[in-house]
Design a protein around this ligand. Structure first.
Ligand code: ZN
Length: 453
């Protein structure tokens, strides 16, 4: 056997078989073996004691916004935040860049921007918008990992929502490609009926009432019906309303090809605790009540929600209208890419959830969704040596100014979190240490390989 490039030893290595003492042996960026201790004694050996060694996070829901809105967030800053937070793979959403990723040319522009500046591995979702069904095979062939659509306005005129008629065109095309359709599941009808109420635009309660749970339920019901009709795989992004869980349960029982994600902010915050005027918390669907949050946690533990993704969706501070605190005028989106691991762990440990579950929700299942589960999301022989070494007992307070996101704007500012990322490796290369990003080289494009017929 040749000498490995790196050996990491810990008493708590998280593998698909469970957590225990092991030496992770890395060669040419790939895990060669996971051996019982002590493992090979080589010069480049990192003994991390009781720190947890977990697969690097695969974040399948990141809005990088480059090209076109790089001043909101770009590949360089997003990747630095990712590296510091233990995210070794990110999948970029087809908005809010400009152009949006609904054509091959737009994908090429994204690819070029990322190739120059993205310091973690990356892939892209394409977009489904009205009238582009005929272009989906070309986008698939060009390397997207799947597709995303909205059922209600996205906030960007360049990325309009699809109607049921549009889905009747797109979903058979996606089923033929065996491509997954990610859906922002809020239906326009309930949103329109709830909109425009009088009252104080600074009131969080009023904002919450404007995005009712029924909007999610109606959208998901439509989606499940069409998924069953066409055999098209669907993925519900950022599930907020736990009221949709019975629908999802029933559909799974009937064999509908379905996965569900929720986000750290829905698992952390509660509507009752959000002050009026605090537009940092504005996102859609909204952060709901405490009782709802607890049901989302139950659903994760029961396997009814498959995974957690950040939905990192930043914007410049002025668009958050922080001084006015106006929920109507503020851009929606929570900025949190760097914080996912600590935010989720902070809530998970209170509920006696193990790091093994975190590794499934943040690594293994998102990798499967993105079609990269042959190389990402596990610590196992043959997998990329994407590793996050973290201290589950460390407590720290979020200082937004010290995050690597382009803007120091996050609802987690000032929050005490548990779990500190110590070392991060991307294909065996160290990319961050205690929040300092050490990576100089670009990541690798994870090109989709869909069956184009
Ligand atoms: Zn999003």
């Amino acid at each position: 056997m040749p000498t490995p490039d790196l050996v990491i030893y810990s008493t708590r290595v998280v593998t698909p078989e469970g957590t225990g003492p092991a030496a992770v042996v890395v060669e040419h960026g790939v895990v060669r073996a996971v051996e019982p201790p002590p493992g090979p004694a080589i010069a480049n050996r990192l003994d991390v004691g009781h720190l947890i060694v977990m697969p690097g996070l695969v974040d399948t829901h990141v809005h990088v916004n480059e090209p076109g809105r790089t001043e909101w967030e770009g590949f360089e800053t997003a990747a630095r935040a990712a590296a510091a937070g233990g995210v070794t793979t990110l999948v970029d959403m087809p908005l809010n860049s400009s152009p949006v990723t609904t054509s091959v040319e737009a994908l090429e522009a994204k690819r070029d921007a990322a190739a120059a500046r993205c310091g973690v591995d990356y892939g892209f979702w394409g977009g489904v918008v009205p009238g582009n069904a005929a272009h989906l095979p070309a986008l698939a062939e060009a390397g997207v990992l799947g597709f995303k659509c909205f059922l209600a306005p996205s906030g960007l005129d360049e990325f309009p929502p699809v109607t049921e008629a549009d889905l009747h065109e797109a979903m058979p095309a996606l089923a033929a490609l065996d491509a997954v359709l990610l859906v922002h599941a809020e239906a326009p009808g309930p949103l329109e009926r709830a909109a425009g109420g009088s009252g104080d635009a600074r009131s969080y309660r009023r904002y919450l009432a404007s995005r009712p749970r029924e909007a999610e339920h109606e959208a998901i019901a439509l989606l499940l019906r069409l998924a069953a009709e066409y055999g098209c795989r669907v993925h519900v992004v950022h599930l907020s309303s736990a009221g949709a869980l019975p629908l999802l349960r029933e559909a799974r029982r009937n064999g509908v090809p379905l996965t569900v994600e929720t986000c750290p902010h829905y698992l952390t915050f509660a509507a009752e605790e959000i002050p009026d005027g605090a537009t940092l918390f504005k996102c859609a669907p909204p952060i709901r009540e405490r009782e709802n949050r607890e049901r989302l946690w139950d659903a994760l533990r029961d396997g009814e929600i498959d995974m957690i993704a950040s939905d990192h969706s930043p914007c410049p501070p002025e668009l958050k209208r922080l001084e006015a605190g106006n929920f109507d005028g503020a851009w929606g989106g929570v900025s949190s890419l760097q914080l996912t691991l600590a935010a989720v762990w902070t809530e998970a440990r209170r509920r006696h959830v193990s790091p093994d579950a975190l590794a499934r929700w943040l690594g293994e299942r998102p990798a499967r969704l993105a079609g990269v589960s042959h190389c990402k999301g596990r610590i196992a022989p043959g997998y990329d040596a994407d590793l996050v070494v973290w201290d589950p007992d460390a407590e720290w307070t979020v200082d937004a100014a010290r995050l690597h996101h382009r803007h120091a704007v996050t609802p987690y500012a000032g929050r005490a979190l548990h779990g500190a990322v110590r070392h991060v490796f991307l294909r065996g290369n160290p990319i961050s240490h205690d929040g300092r990003v050490t990576n100089g080289r670009p990541g690798r494009w994870l090109r989709g390989c869909m069956r184009v017929v």
